[in-house]
Design a protein around this ligand. Sequence first.
Ligand code: PLP
Length: 385
Amino acid sequence: MASPDDSWTARSLAVQAMGKIDEPTRGVVPPIHVTTTFIRDPDNQYRTGNIYGRPDNETVREAESVIAMLEDARSAMVFGSGMSAAVAVFLALKPGDHIVAPKVMYWALRNWLMKDAAEWGLVTDFVDTADLAAVEAAIRPGMTRLIWLETPANPLWTITDIAGIAEIARRHSVRVAVDSTGATPILTRPLDFGADIVMHSATKYLNGHSDVLAGALATRAEDDFWARIRRVRAIQGLILGPFEAFLLIRGMRTLGLRVKAACENAMALATRFANHADVHDVLYPGLPSHPGHALAARQMTGGFGGMLSIRLRGGEAQAVAAAGRVRLWKRATSLGGVESLIEHRASIEGEGTPCPTDLLRLSTGIEDVEDLFADLDAAIRAARG
Ligand code: PLP
């Protein structure tokens, strides 16, 4: 492979998956490496560094090199899902360690922290991470090891000041990890704001086609903690499979284009629904009315994301009925694909959710925005009580 030129932008490098080609054939797309085992040298060494498929796979490494480049990270690791990536970070802590996490965050991870992680000996306090003083007050000296953030945070799209929290964390020698699934490295690079680790559900925007389940971590330093996470992945077999890694690489080639188009559509829809007779609130950091707008404008570059939520005057009944009537929007969980998805979020989050029951979560895809507006507008009107 011609080595990447320092002057090439992240966009050019991602489009060409770091310029990697298949050397034997000179094919522009490298093959999928499926081997699970590697030949030992006659003198008993493994000079390639490859020993066994649970830690070692070349296609996985190719995906990781793109993610590390996009996040300006020292190293990246990909996993079989976003949850396995996140859980690997927490399992690299020790029983008795304390975590500060957001009140608004991906619900399945919040539930895992509240129940399973607590049984395993981790102690978590959930705070409003938009409130820097509250985050600092929650730190328990000598016990807190990790501050977990998510920004914009699912499903209210609250914004957290990564640099502000990283500064507090540094003073207390605590690590900061950021679930940046909604922002993508196109809009925010958390390591540039002082975070230590960035996490993605790569199932979402990084892959972008709703056909791969994957997770990713990227780190500022290849330190002992990173080595512990790598060990968790290797021992538990959490590594992404090579076919999925190949599809993830293919998806990331168009990440910049897809995210830009989704942001434009989301902004247009947010603006139009903010003036809709049936909508009493639009939660989108791109709107000046959003409490995190000024911060998002500093922390996000090139757009405010493809995710927004709308709250209907007709309450839960109208929200559920509207979701039931869409035709172009697809009624499904998940986000970040090229197709637009709609979800009555409170139904899936269940007990303890901060999600209001009149809320519809919208993952804006890259379809024609006029079609998207017309379809949802018609569904909302038809769902009036
Ligand atoms: N983080 C966020 C913000 C998510 O939206 C999701 C999935 O919806 C996850 C993490 C978990 O990722 P996965 O479904 O790939 O395990």
